[in-house]
Design a protein around this ligand. Structure first.
Ligand code: ADP
Ligand code: MG
Length: 596
């Protein structure tokens, strides 16, 4: 038996208890690191009735005393709050949703209340430690000072996010559960765009254990950049940040959910998963990407930089906001119907040493055994994914016959002066039956934002935007359907775009789709992205490269550029990853921050 297995299956506490409210029933309880094992003793069941409450489903545990405080009631109680997945009947079969389950046990071993209360307290503290992944063993003396401190969170709610029902979700789901988890909070509703960003300037960091947005990705972007505008940004950006998905774009929540080993989820199921993870409260470092736009404005991004198809859908689908996340499906269909291509130049610094193991390797299964995550087919090394595909592009270039079929792209390993690339370019676009597309006028370019400049670490990999990129970079020039730099696994709660990505892998996963892809292939690509299987499609028009930095120079006059789903000014843009600059509340992962 492995040491890890012995550790997770070790009994930390064992005892016999009554139960509330039913009289006469007694249970034997054993607490291990992964669950509470409950066995009914009296009345003796015919078969061996055991159930397990997984720690992963629990959010908190409270001790209680009977209201009738007469001398007769010497019992103490402890209640465990959990949210297991239960089958629920729906119109087309059944689905699994989390439902609240409270189990209350009566401590009646001792002859006086104080001793029973001490036992109840010991169980409650141990369960709370396990939920919050504070290491304890059967040797740990469970004393009151081991009790995890109640955490203080600033909750920022965007009443306009998603379908505009964040406040209702907050009252129905979020506040009741985090109260059971002993989290204290201040709930602030944002009054306008950039309100959260401004609030971050003035907060006293000492007062908070974390900042959590109840919204979509856009509000978190504000929080991160507000923190980076502070003179003490270096310290400020270390405050744990979290997200409870109530927007229409919930990519980071999708990534947090995936990181925890949960099935891909949407809507309130995703929200409940994320609330559970927030109650667990572990934190992981998260890469942030410094993005500079043509006016020199710099911002810090946690999710993506997008140009072409993806940013068009994101911004143009604003008008379908009332549909919630379905707005992206409708937007995708509309944009596929009038598919556009964009001429541009993309330069990047590839990561040649990306031969490193995926950090998400082992997870605990509910029965306590150590098991690899189910999605093992996706556990390839990054170099398998990206560099091979990049080589693919290079090979195609060396074949003249192939070049004739895919003539709209140039790949230059050492571009020298960018203008040198203009020589042998073709313009070829097999999709385009809408030749006026290049002149299609998109919404007005975004003005540079009026807020302060962010601070932050120096972008040591990036030359100024008006100077050529270093010789070691690779440049491709041609007609693109889309360019996407992504640093999370998910681009939306149900868009598993970069399965191999980790919060702190120090990588930007650069994807681009070249002009020439058919509409059908593009639709197939996005449909497969729901499960992450698009990576295996090996579509010759799709390229993925892990990079540390990139520059995109749009050569098409009009277009939309987004950073974390928010529109930014259109023009040359460049980005560099800053490894582990922020801290994300993930609720799972190896790192436990004592401050949270
Ligand atoms: P969604 O995923 O639905 O787009 P976001 O959290 O991304 O939700 O928010 C959308 C936009 O709303 C962001 O640009 C954010 O800055 C902005 N915003 C935040 N608070 C408010 C508010 N009170 N009123 C209007 N816009 C807001
Ligand atoms: Mg990453």
């Amino acid at each position: 038996m492995s040491k890890e297995y012995q550790q997770v299956s070790e009994t930390l506490l064992h005892g016999e208890f009554g139960v509330y409210p039913t009289k006469g029933i007694r249970y034997a309880l054993s607490l291990t690191r992964t669950g509470l094992h409950i066995q009914r003793l009296v009345p003796k069941p015919e078969d061996d009735q055991r159930t397990v409450l997984p720690i992963l489903d629990m959010v908190g545990c409270h001790t209680l005393r009977s209201r009738s405080r007469g001398s007769s009631d010497i019992f103490a109680y402890f209640s465990i709050y959990s949210y297991p997945l239960k089958k629920k009947k729906v119109a087309m079969g059944s689905t699994r949703t989390r439902q609240r389950l409270v189990r209350t046990f009566r401590v009646d071993k001792a002859a006086d209340y104080e001793q029973n209360q001490a036992i109840a307290e010991k169980w409650a503290i141990s369960i709370k430690c396990l939920i919050q992944q504070i290491p304890i063993s059967s040797e740990t003396e469970i004393l009151p000072d081991l009790q995890p401190r109640s955490r203080r969170l600033m909750l920022l709610l965007n009443p306009c996010g998603g379908r505009g029902n964040a406040l209702q979700q907050c009252h129905t789901h979020i506040l009741p559960i985090i109260t059971e988890a002993d989290i204290s909070y201040n709930l602030i509703q944002t009054e306008r765009q950039n309100h959260a960003r401004e609030l971050m300037q003035g907060i006293n960091l000492e007062e908070w254990d974390g900042i959590v947005v109840i919204s979509g990705d856009g509000l978190l972007f504000e929080v991160i950049n507000g923190l980076m505008e502070r003179p003490d940004w270096e310290e400020a950006i270390k405050i744990p940040i979290g997200i409870l998905p109530c927007g229409s774009g919930n990519a980071l929540a999708g990534a947090v959910n995936y990181n925890a080993g949960f099935d891909q989820a949407m809507g309130s199921e995703l929200l409940l998963n994320c609330i559970l993870l927030l109650c667990r409260g572990t934190v992981m470092p998260m890469d942030l990407v410094s993005v500079t736009t043509c006016s020199g404005t710099r911002s810090f991004s946690f999710l993506s930089v997008a140009w072409g198809f993806i940013s068009d859908v994101d911004i143009e689908s604003e008008k379908y906001r009332h549909m919630g996340s379905a707005r992206f499906t409708v937007g995708t269909m509309v944009r596929v119907a009038s598919l556009r291509t964009y001429r541009g130049r993309l330069s990047y610094l590839p990561v040649l040493d990306a031969h490193r193991p995926i950090c998400r390797s082992i997870t605990l299964s509910p029965n306590g055994s150590l098991a690899p995550l189910q999605r093992s087919q996706l556990h390839r090394t990054i170099s398998d994914m990206g560099l091979c595909e990049e080589r693919n592009v290079m090979c195609k270039r060396s074949s003249a016959a192939f070049d004739a079929e895919l003539p709209s792209f140039e790949t230059s390993p050492s571009p020298g002066s960018p203008t040198a690339l203009h020589t042998s370019r073709f313009t070829f676009d097999i999709v385009s039956d809408d030749q006026s597309q290049q002149d299609h006028v998109l919404p007005n370019d975004k003005e540079p934002p009026a807020h302060n400049q962010v601070n932050g670490p120096k972008d040591d990999l990036l030359p100024p935007l008006d100077q050529p990129v270093p010789k070691s970079w690779i440049t491709v020039e041609g007609d693109f359907v889309l360019v996407l730099g992504i640093y999370q696994t998910h681009l939306g709660a149900d868009l598993f775009t970069a399965p191999f990505s980790c919060f702190d892998d120090g990588l930007i996963h650069l994807f681009f789709v070249k002009a020439g892809i058919s509409r059908t292939a593009l639709v197939r690509l996005f449909l497969a992205m729901e499960k992450g299987t698009h990576i295996e499609m090996e579509c010759p028009y799709v390229v993925h490269v892990p990079v540390r930095a990139f520059r995109l120079e749009p050569l098409t006059r009009k277009g939309i550029l987004t950073v974390d789903g928010e529109q930014v000014e259109y023009g040359p843009i460049q980005a560099q990853v800053h490894h582990g600059l922020g801290n994300l509340i993930t609720g799972s992962g190896k790192i436990h921050m004592s401050s949270f």
